[in-house]
Design a protein around this ligand. Structure first.
Ligand SMILES: [Zn+2]
Length: 305
Protein backbone atom coordinates (compact mmCIF):
# COMPACT_ATOMS: atom_id res chain seq x y z
CA UNK A 1 0.00 0.00 0.00
CA UNK A 2 2.08 2.93 -1.27
CA UNK A 3 -0.13 5.61 0.37
CA UNK A 4 0.57 4.23 3.83
CA UNK A 5 4.25 3.89 3.16
CA UNK A 6 4.68 7.49 2.08
CA UNK A 7 2.42 8.66 4.87
CA UNK A 8 4.81 7.17 7.41
CA UNK A 9 7.81 8.71 5.68
CA UNK A 10 6.20 12.14 5.49
CA UNK A 11 5.10 12.15 9.13
CA UNK A 12 8.59 11.08 10.14
CA UNK A 13 10.22 13.79 8.07
CA UNK A 14 7.85 16.48 9.35
CA UNK A 15 8.78 15.43 12.88
CA UNK A 16 12.45 15.77 12.00
CA UNK A 17 11.88 19.18 10.43
CA UNK A 18 10.22 20.42 13.62
CA UNK A 19 13.11 18.99 15.64
CA UNK A 20 15.57 20.70 13.28
CA UNK A 21 13.95 24.12 13.36
CA UNK A 22 13.36 24.12 17.10
CA UNK A 23 17.05 23.53 17.82
CA UNK A 24 18.64 26.48 16.07
CA UNK A 25 21.43 28.52 17.59
CA UNK A 26 22.94 31.83 16.48
CA UNK A 27 26.49 31.50 15.19
CA UNK A 28 28.08 34.95 15.46
CA UNK A 29 30.93 33.93 13.14
CA UNK A 30 28.71 33.10 10.17
CA UNK A 31 25.84 35.35 11.19
CA UNK A 32 23.52 32.38 10.61
CA UNK A 33 21.38 30.17 12.77
CA UNK A 34 22.60 26.59 12.97
CA UNK A 35 21.29 23.27 14.18
CA UNK A 36 22.70 22.06 17.49
CA UNK A 37 21.05 19.82 20.07
CA UNK A 38 24.02 19.51 22.41
CA UNK A 39 24.35 22.08 25.18
CA UNK A 40 27.67 23.68 26.10
CA UNK A 41 27.54 21.89 29.45
CA UNK A 42 27.05 18.51 27.75
CA UNK A 43 29.77 19.20 25.21
CA UNK A 44 32.21 20.35 27.90
CA UNK A 45 31.52 17.21 29.90
CA UNK A 46 32.19 15.04 26.85
CA UNK A 47 35.34 17.04 26.10
CA UNK A 48 36.61 16.62 29.66
CA UNK A 49 35.98 12.86 29.55
CA UNK A 50 37.87 12.39 26.27
CA UNK A 51 40.70 14.63 27.46
CA UNK A 52 41.20 12.75 30.71
CA UNK A 53 41.13 9.47 28.81
CA UNK A 54 43.67 10.75 26.26
CA UNK A 55 46.01 12.06 28.99
CA UNK A 56 45.79 8.75 30.81
CA UNK A 57 46.61 6.83 27.63
CA UNK A 58 49.58 9.06 26.89
CA UNK A 59 50.82 8.67 30.47
CA UNK A 60 54.53 9.51 30.60
CA UNK A 61 54.35 11.28 27.24
CA UNK A 62 52.42 14.18 28.75
CA UNK A 63 55.18 16.73 29.23
CA UNK A 64 55.05 18.28 32.71
CA UNK A 65 52.01 16.10 33.35
CA UNK A 66 53.23 14.80 36.69
CA UNK A 67 53.71 11.10 37.39
CA UNK A 68 56.47 9.59 35.28
CA UNK A 69 56.75 12.49 32.84
CA UNK A 70 59.70 14.82 33.00
CA UNK A 71 59.36 18.55 33.35
CA UNK A 72 62.78 20.03 32.94
CA UNK A 73 65.00 21.50 30.27
CA UNK A 74 63.57 21.39 26.75
CA UNK A 75 60.27 19.84 27.85
CA UNK A 76 59.57 22.62 30.29
CA UNK A 77 60.40 25.25 27.71
CA UNK A 78 57.96 23.78 25.20
CA UNK A 79 55.30 23.37 27.89
CA UNK A 80 55.66 26.97 29.00
CA UNK A 81 55.62 28.28 25.42
CA UNK A 82 52.41 26.42 24.61
CA UNK A 83 50.80 27.65 27.81
CA UNK A 84 51.84 31.22 27.13
CA UNK A 85 50.36 31.13 23.60
CA UNK A 86 47.27 29.47 25.06
CA UNK A 87 46.86 32.21 27.63
CA UNK A 88 47.09 34.94 24.99
CA UNK A 89 44.57 33.15 22.76
CA UNK A 90 42.25 32.59 25.73
CA UNK A 91 42.20 36.30 26.50
CA UNK A 92 41.70 37.04 22.79
CA UNK A 93 38.74 34.63 22.67
CA UNK A 94 37.04 36.22 25.68
CA UNK A 95 37.50 39.65 24.15
CA UNK A 96 36.31 38.53 20.72
CA UNK A 97 33.09 37.02 22.10
CA UNK A 98 32.44 40.18 24.09
CA UNK A 99 32.81 42.25 20.92
CA UNK A 100 30.43 40.00 18.96
CA UNK A 101 27.92 40.29 21.79
CA UNK A 102 28.22 44.08 21.73
CA UNK A 103 27.78 44.00 17.97
CA UNK A 104 24.30 42.60 18.61
CA UNK A 105 24.67 38.83 18.16
CA UNK A 106 22.55 36.94 20.62
CA UNK A 107 24.56 33.88 21.56
CA UNK A 108 25.83 32.07 24.63
CA UNK A 109 29.37 33.03 25.63
CA UNK A 110 31.70 30.08 25.93
CA UNK A 111 35.25 31.39 26.32
CA UNK A 112 34.54 32.53 29.88
CA UNK A 113 32.90 29.17 30.66
CA UNK A 114 35.66 26.98 29.27
CA UNK A 115 37.97 25.10 31.59
CA UNK A 116 41.03 26.11 29.51
CA UNK A 117 43.82 23.54 29.80
CA UNK A 118 46.94 23.25 27.64
CA UNK A 119 49.08 20.13 27.46
CA UNK A 120 52.01 19.03 25.33
CA UNK A 121 52.29 15.39 24.24
CA UNK A 122 55.65 13.89 23.34
CA UNK A 123 54.82 12.21 20.04
CA UNK A 124 55.97 12.03 16.44
CA UNK A 125 52.44 12.74 15.24
CA UNK A 126 52.04 16.23 13.76
CA UNK A 127 48.82 16.84 15.65
CA UNK A 128 46.99 19.38 17.78
CA UNK A 129 43.40 19.72 18.92
CA UNK A 130 41.05 21.60 21.20
CA UNK A 131 38.14 19.62 22.63
CA UNK A 132 34.87 21.25 23.67
CA UNK A 133 35.49 22.93 27.00
CA UNK A 134 38.87 24.34 25.96
CA UNK A 135 40.96 21.20 26.46
CA UNK A 136 43.97 21.69 24.22
CA UNK A 137 46.73 19.26 23.27
CA UNK A 138 49.78 20.02 21.14
CA UNK A 139 51.89 17.08 19.94
CA UNK A 140 55.61 17.72 19.67
CA UNK A 141 55.52 16.23 16.16
CA UNK A 142 53.85 19.42 14.91
CA UNK A 143 56.53 21.75 16.27
CA UNK A 144 58.89 21.46 13.30
CA UNK A 145 56.08 22.28 10.85
CA UNK A 146 55.19 25.33 12.92
CA UNK A 147 58.89 26.01 13.50
CA UNK A 148 61.89 26.14 11.18
CA UNK A 149 60.72 23.17 9.10
CA UNK A 150 64.07 21.41 8.86
CA UNK A 151 62.54 17.96 9.50
CA UNK A 152 63.81 17.80 13.07
CA UNK A 153 62.06 18.83 16.25
CA UNK A 154 64.45 21.00 18.24
CA UNK A 155 64.15 23.92 20.63
CA UNK A 156 64.95 26.18 17.70
CA UNK A 157 61.41 25.44 16.49
CA UNK A 158 59.89 27.51 19.28
CA UNK A 159 62.09 30.57 18.82
CA UNK A 160 59.39 31.99 16.57
CA UNK A 161 55.91 30.94 17.65
CA UNK A 162 53.51 32.70 15.29
CA UNK A 163 52.82 29.57 13.23
CA UNK A 164 52.24 27.50 16.36
CA UNK A 165 49.73 30.16 17.39
CA UNK A 166 48.05 29.76 13.96
CA UNK A 167 47.47 26.05 14.62
CA UNK A 168 46.29 26.56 18.18
CA UNK A 169 44.01 29.44 17.14
CA UNK A 170 42.45 27.28 14.43
CA UNK A 171 41.80 24.40 16.84
CA UNK A 172 40.36 26.75 19.46
CA UNK A 173 38.18 28.19 16.68
CA UNK A 174 36.55 24.78 16.20
CA UNK A 175 35.73 24.60 19.91
CA UNK A 176 34.41 28.18 20.16
CA UNK A 177 32.06 27.59 17.21
CA UNK A 178 30.84 24.26 18.65
CA UNK A 179 31.83 22.32 15.57
CA UNK A 180 32.02 18.98 17.36
CA UNK A 181 28.55 19.38 18.84
CA UNK A 182 27.09 20.49 15.50
CA UNK A 183 28.67 17.56 13.69
CA UNK A 184 27.23 15.14 16.25
CA UNK A 185 23.81 16.79 16.06
CA UNK A 186 23.73 16.57 12.27
CA UNK A 187 24.99 13.00 12.16
CA UNK A 188 22.22 12.03 14.58
CA UNK A 189 19.65 13.86 12.48
CA UNK A 190 20.81 12.04 9.34
CA UNK A 191 20.53 8.75 11.21
CA UNK A 192 17.00 9.55 12.33
CA UNK A 193 16.05 10.53 8.78
CA UNK A 194 17.40 7.27 7.42
CA UNK A 195 15.49 5.41 10.11
CA UNK A 196 12.22 7.20 9.28
CA UNK A 197 12.59 6.38 5.60
CA UNK A 198 13.64 2.84 6.47
CA UNK A 199 10.44 2.27 8.45
CA UNK A 200 8.41 3.64 5.56
CA UNK A 201 10.21 1.37 3.12
CA UNK A 202 9.05 -1.63 5.13
CA UNK A 203 7.16 -3.48 2.40
CA UNK A 204 9.04 -2.15 -0.60
CA UNK A 205 10.83 -4.59 -2.86
CA UNK A 206 14.04 -5.45 -0.91
CA UNK A 207 16.31 -4.60 -3.87
CA UNK A 208 14.70 -1.20 -4.33
CA UNK A 209 14.68 -0.49 -0.59
CA UNK A 210 18.39 -1.30 -0.47
CA UNK A 211 19.05 1.18 -3.28
CA UNK A 212 17.12 3.94 -1.51
CA UNK A 213 19.03 3.26 1.70
CA UNK A 214 22.37 3.39 -0.12
CA UNK A 215 21.48 6.64 -1.86
CA UNK A 216 20.44 8.17 1.46
CA UNK A 217 23.64 6.99 3.12
CA UNK A 218 25.71 8.57 0.37
CA UNK A 219 23.79 11.83 0.51
CA UNK A 220 24.24 12.00 4.29
CA UNK A 221 27.95 11.24 3.98
CA UNK A 222 28.39 13.88 1.28
CA UNK A 223 26.46 16.41 3.34
CA UNK A 224 28.55 15.77 6.44
CA UNK A 225 31.80 16.07 4.49
CA UNK A 226 30.79 19.40 2.95
CA UNK A 227 29.82 20.41 6.47
CA UNK A 228 33.31 19.56 7.75
CA UNK A 229 34.91 21.62 5.01
CA UNK A 230 32.76 24.60 6.01
CA UNK A 231 33.91 24.09 9.57
CA UNK A 232 37.54 24.13 8.49
CA UNK A 233 37.03 27.44 6.71
CA UNK A 234 35.24 28.88 9.70
CA UNK A 235 37.98 27.70 12.09
CA UNK A 236 40.56 29.33 9.79
CA UNK A 237 38.67 32.60 9.97
CA UNK A 238 38.16 32.55 13.75
CA UNK A 239 41.77 31.45 14.20
CA UNK A 240 42.99 34.40 12.17
CA UNK A 241 40.99 36.81 14.29
CA UNK A 242 42.29 35.28 17.52
CA UNK A 243 45.80 35.51 16.13
CA UNK A 244 45.48 39.21 15.43
CA UNK A 245 43.79 39.93 18.74
CA UNK A 246 46.64 38.14 20.52
CA UNK A 247 49.18 40.13 18.45
CA UNK A 248 50.66 37.25 16.46
CA UNK A 249 51.57 37.96 12.85
CA UNK A 250 48.56 36.99 10.70
CA UNK A 251 50.76 36.71 7.60
CA UNK A 252 52.18 33.44 8.97
CA UNK A 253 48.84 31.65 8.54
CA UNK A 254 48.86 30.95 4.77
CA UNK A 255 52.38 29.51 4.83
CA UNK A 256 51.59 27.28 7.78
CA UNK A 257 48.60 25.76 5.98
CA UNK A 258 50.64 25.34 2.85
CA UNK A 259 53.18 23.32 4.85
CA UNK A 260 50.39 21.34 6.45
CA UNK A 261 49.06 20.45 3.02
CA UNK A 262 52.48 19.12 2.04
CA UNK A 263 52.70 16.56 4.85
CA UNK A 264 52.62 13.02 3.55
CA UNK A 265 49.33 11.10 3.73
CA UNK A 266 50.23 8.66 6.53
CA UNK A 267 51.73 11.40 8.67
CA UNK A 268 48.78 13.68 8.36
CA UNK A 269 46.48 13.96 11.35
CA UNK A 270 42.97 12.64 10.65
CA UNK A 271 41.52 16.13 10.65
CA UNK A 272 43.51 17.06 7.59
CA UNK A 273 42.85 13.86 5.70
CA UNK A 274 39.44 14.29 4.17
CA UNK A 275 38.08 17.49 5.52
CA UNK A 276 40.72 20.10 5.01
CA UNK A 277 39.74 22.46 2.22
CA UNK A 278 41.63 22.28 -1.05
CA UNK A 279 44.86 24.24 -0.60
CA UNK A 280 43.82 26.63 -3.31
CA UNK A 281 40.51 27.46 -1.61
CA UNK A 282 42.33 27.99 1.62
CA UNK A 283 44.97 30.24 0.05
CA UNK A 284 42.25 32.28 -1.64
CA UNK A 285 40.37 32.69 1.64
CA UNK A 286 43.45 33.99 3.39
CA UNK A 287 44.20 36.36 0.54
CA UNK A 288 40.68 37.73 0.93
CA UNK A 289 40.85 38.05 4.73
CA UNK A 290 44.41 39.34 5.02
CA UNK A 291 43.97 43.09 4.36
CA UNK A 292 41.43 43.42 7.20
CA UNK A 293 43.55 41.21 9.46
CA UNK A 294 46.66 43.30 8.85
CA UNK A 295 44.73 46.50 9.43
CA UNK A 296 43.35 45.21 12.72
CA UNK A 297 46.79 43.99 13.77
CA UNK A 298 48.43 47.33 13.05
CA UNK A 299 45.75 49.24 14.94
CA UNK A 300 46.19 47.08 18.01
CA UNK A 301 49.75 45.86 17.99
CA UNK A 302 51.84 48.29 15.96
CA UNK A 303 53.21 48.29 12.45
CA UNK A 304 54.15 45.05 10.73
CA UNK A 305 57.58 45.13 9.16
ZN1 LIG B 1 40.36 22.18 11.57
Amino acid sequence: MPGGRFGVIIIGLIGLAVYYFSNQQVNPYSGKKEFNTISIEQATKLGAQSYVQMLRQEGGNVICGGGTSSCDGAGREVYETVNEIGERLRIAAIEMERDYLQAGYDFQLVATEFDWTFNVIQSEQPNAFCLPGGYVAVYTGILDITGNYDKRVTLDDISDVDKLAVVMGHEIGHALAHHGAKRMSNARLAQMGTLAVGVGLGDMDPGQAQMVRQAMGMAAQGGLMAFSRDHETEADKIGLELLVRACYDPREAPELWQRMGQIGGGQRPPEWLSTHPASETRANNFRRWMPAAIEMYEQRCGRLS
